[in-house]
Design a protein around this ligand. Structure first.
Ligand code: ADP
Length: 267
């Protein structure tokens, strides 16, 4: 708590009063800490590839090398610069969503078509990793949502379910409409379930934080930035919705996005 006192009347005035103003700055301090942590995380994430690019470029410039070695070093430099590009793209996505927050543009969406498109975007990767994709979805009316953001969120979840899976694994994309409850609007529920390695209980509360990873080395080697789930959470929030996760080590994970929506006829 931060406190400052202001003399409303000159102190020497007989009967002078003191006004004490109390500011609760715990929220400001918390936001300030989040901002500091974020800047330090971004710097750290970018510093690793920069160091590697500098190191390998210096080695290449410092003397003659076998062509094979040159090729190997150049490939590392290219991979690391792609990694930086990926991080910067994800950061820009996050900041764009933050800026749009108040003005997010909703339009009529054909959810069935959108979900099929999402699956198509991860199809190649799933085939390479021998992971099966499955879709369960009832007939759905046209719904007012932001299709670009919903697609981004679903693809992020599908990409994770595929890349953290094992060969022969399965990913289910399940879509449901939940009727309105007292004091609760109708919601579109989109769940992505996998039978991969699962996530330890202790990691679940922090999973949607920017740059949080369960296994940093594995995430990096799979090309992850640690921002995918933070983006999913943000997209759910700008729709007035939420995300949740259930997971069991050795059994798999289920991520769900719940989005309140309006039907075309409501507008
Ligand atoms: P990343 O770019 O590292 O994948 P995300 O924010 O998408 O970042 O995910 C954060 C972390 O959560 C990942 O690094 C991974 O450890 C874990 N994770 C996400 N999805 C899954 C999943 N389906 N199965 C197991 N672990 C997962």
């Amino acid at each position: 708590l931060y406190m400052n006192g202001v003399f409303v009347d000159p102190p020497e005035t007989p009967g002078g009063r003191i006004l004490i103003v109390l500011h609760d700055i715990s929220e400001i301090t918390r936001l300030e800490k989040i901002r500091r942590d974020f800047v330090s995380n971004v710097s750290h994430e970018l510093k690793t590839p920069i160091t590697s690019i500098q190191g390998f470029s210096e080695t290449l410039l410092s003397g003659t090398r076998e062509p094979q070695e040159v090729e190997r070093f150049m490939a590392i430099i290219l991979r690391q610069s792609r990694r930086m590009e990926h991080i910067v793209t994800d950061l820009l996505t996050l900041s764009k969503i933050e800026q749009q927050e108040a003005t997010i543009h909703m339009q009529d969406c054909n959810i069935a078509g959108l979900m099929k498109e999402c699956l198509e975007l991860v199809e190649d990767e799933a085939r390479n990793r021998e992971v099966n994709l499955r879709l369960e979805m009832p007939d759905l009316p046209m719904l007012m949502l932001n299709p670009f953001l919903v697609e981004q969120a679903v693809v992020n979840l599908l990409e994770n379910a595929v890349k953290y899976n094992t060969p022969g694994g399965e990913v289910l994309l399940e879509v449901q409409l939940n009727p309105a409850q007292p004091a609760e609007p109708e919601t579109l529920n989109i769940a992505v379930q996998d039978n991969g390695p699962g996530i330890p209980k202790r990691d679940l509360p922090r999973l949607f934080e920017r740059f949080y990873r369960v296994d940093r080395a594995r995430s990096r080697s799979l090309g992850g930035t640690g921002l995918g789930l933070a983006i999913v959470k943000h997209i759910a929030q700008v729709h007035g919705g939420s995300v949740s996760v259930e997971s069991e080590v050795g059994k798999g994970s289920r991520f769900s996005i719940s989005l309140p929506y309006r039907r075309e006829s409501d507008t």
